[in-house]
Design a protein around this ligand. Structure first.
Ligand SMILES: Nc1ncnc2c1ncn2[C@@H]1O[C@H](COP(=O)(O)OP(=O)(O)OP(=O)(O)O)[C@@H](O)[C@H]1O
Ligand SMILES: [Mg+2]
Length: 510
């Protein structure tokens, strides 16, 4: 499928020369030079909005650079993603592009773009999936349906897709965000195998320890420019952090002080059924007190999404009860949850978090727009909206700082900032925070953590759903673990460790 290319051994796998890409009001890529050698694992890092995803879209042909040159294995790249892909470039985007009710093998075949001769030979695909799986530790049942796979397994399918098409330069945009520690280690092992076999990897991450553990070289972007490109043995985490943000970052804030509030959110014997009729929640019980953060750890796909939905009125429980303060929420609509003071940072910001075709200002007051000061009778008070938006934009460091910009054009991390800012501005009584720092850079993560701790000190009852154990251990007063829709243990912070939580996460009862 990949065109035979006479690769010149002295050429680079990827070379970008003076690439410039301007969006209205934003110089996303400013005269960028990037050199990636064959067989290298090359990390690209930078703060939210630094221009990483834009640069990769230019490489893949999805975006056309205003100026500059892009060479893939010595050949000039000009637009047309399918031509670039035929030259051997494979992209694994952060949001997966799989068809949920198709099998692994079917999705792998579908990965071939229109215009290719489509071989609908399922047997051959299944065989290839098996073989690639064995060669690179990407073990998957070719006949399994995507909807039955964990997020980590779905990511393996995305990688299989690019391997099946013969890609030998593979780009992964924030691939580790949704993975647990173990899945992350497996992914790294796979990537190492791939380069050993002569492939080249470019990956984007906000986690510097991943850069140090995995890559050979790292290129640092700041505000659209390359500020450094270094061999990994010549640098360290502190230097990279400094290069990225241009100043030193202190350690993050941690939880202090005891919890004394009353139980505000109480869940008893809650059950819920998934879209596919499976038992998603099976007798879940816990309480969260005012001024407390209850961390909920677990491998993604063990009922967390359904739990968050029932706690916000988006899914009707099949049994059990949710109480907020002294009220039963039986039969409540999402609006009633909202009015009772329940705020939610949802796990999937692209589906439930932001309204992409709306402006930043509109997104920031969503859910409060019918109330004073934003609404006067039937009309919106645009002045009040803009003032509120400007203050949240500055508090949360949303870039670009313009209330009238459409959220669709924001970088991933800046969209996440919009959601976090909006929900915290509601001054919630109960805050359900699902993966609140996913996609945020180091400073953004620290800022979000200090916001959660501030809400805690103001007396909010907070449920922090996260697969990031470090985050849960830093912030949680107590830590619950969910596995297959059941709570397998609730530990006070003092008794919790990554090891203990890890065991509970795979189903070992306390
Ligand atoms: N289609 C677009 N229209 C207008 N501006 C855009 C568009 N796409 C990106 N931008 C802007 O370009 C800049 C770089 O965005 P990009 O998505 O490349 O950042 P990033 O480094 O990937 O950030 P993150 O870590 O948050 O994903 C941002 O300021 C963003 O707002
Ligand atoms: Mg990005």
């Amino acid at each position: 499928m990949t065109e035979p290319s006479t690769t010149n051994p002295t050429a680079l796998a990827v070379e970008m020369r003076r690439v410039t890409k301007q969006f209205p009001g934003v110089l996303a890529n400013d005269c960028i030079n990037l050199q990636v050698a064959y067989g290298e694992i090359h990390a690209i890092i930078g703060e939210n909005g630094a221009g990483k995803s834009t640069l990769m879209s230019v490489l893949s042909g999805l975006l056309k650079a205003d100026e500059g040159e892009v060479l893939l294995k010595g050949h000039p790249v000009r637009g047309r993603p399918h031509l670039v892909s035929r030259r051997g470039l494979g992209m694994v985007y952060q949001h997966f592009m799989l068809v949920p009710n198709f099998t692994v093998a079917e999705n792998v075949i579908l990965g071939n773009e229109p215009g290719d001769r489509v071989h609908l030979d399922l047997r051959a695909a299944e065989e290839a999936v098996r073989r690639l799986g064995q060669d690179y530790g990407l073990n998957l049942d070719p006949a399994a349906r995507i909807e039955d796979l964990s997020v980590g397994e779905q990511q393996r399918v995305e990688i299989l897709k690019v391997l099946y098409r013969g890609s030998d330069v593979i780009v992964l945009d924030e691939p580790t965000q949704v993975l647990t520690l173990q899945e992350k280690n497996e992914l790294f092992e796979t990537l190492r195998c791939l380069v050993r076999d002569g492939r080249t990897i470019i990956f984007i991450t906000h986690h510097l320890e991943e850069v140090m553990a995995l890559s050979d070289r790292v290129t640092v972007l700041r505000r659209g420019r390359v500020v450094a490109s270094l061999a990994i043995q010549d640098t360290d985490i502190a230097t990279l952090a400094q290069l990225m943000v241009g100043r030193e970052i202190g350690p993050g804030e941690k939880r202090t002080g005891d919890v004394t509030g009353d139980v505000v959110l109480e869940v008893s014997d809650l059950t819920a059924v998934s879209e596919r009729g499976l038992q998603a929640l099976d007798g879940v019980s816990f309480g969260v007190r005012g001024g407390e953060i209850l961390g909920l750890a677990g491998v993604e796909g063990n009922g967390q999404r359904e739990l968050v939905e029932t706690l916000t009125g988006l899914r009707i429980p099949s049994g059990g009860e949710i109480r907020i303060g002294d009220q039963s929420t039986h039969g409540w609509s999402p609006r009633q949850f909202l009015e009772a003071g329940v705020a939610v940072i949802p796990e999937n910001r692209r589906v439930r978090g932001v309204v992409e075709p709306f402006t930043i200002a509109e997104n920031l007051v969503l859910g409060r727009h019918w109330k004073r000061p934003f609404s006067k009778g039937w009309v919106l008070d645009l002045g009040a909206m803009e003032a509120e938006a400007k203050s949240l934009i500055s508090d949360f460091g949303i870039v670009p700082p313009d209330p009238e910009i459409l959220v669709r054009t924001l970088s991933g991390g800046n969209q996440q900032r919009v959601v976090v800012a909006r929900e915290l501005a509601k001054k919630p009584v109960v805050l359900i925070a699902a993966h609140p720092t996913r996609g945020l850079d180091i400073a953004g993560r620290q800022f979000a953590h200090s916001c959660l701790l501030r809400e805690r000190s103001l007396g909010a009852a907070i449920l922090l759903v996260s697969s990031d154990l470090e985050e849960i251990l830093d912030l949680g007063d107590r830590i619950a673990v969910i596995f297959e829709g059941r709570i397998t243990g609730i530990l006070p912070r003092e008794e919790a460790s990554e090891g203990k939580l890890g065991l509970l996460m795979v189903g070992a009862r306390r």
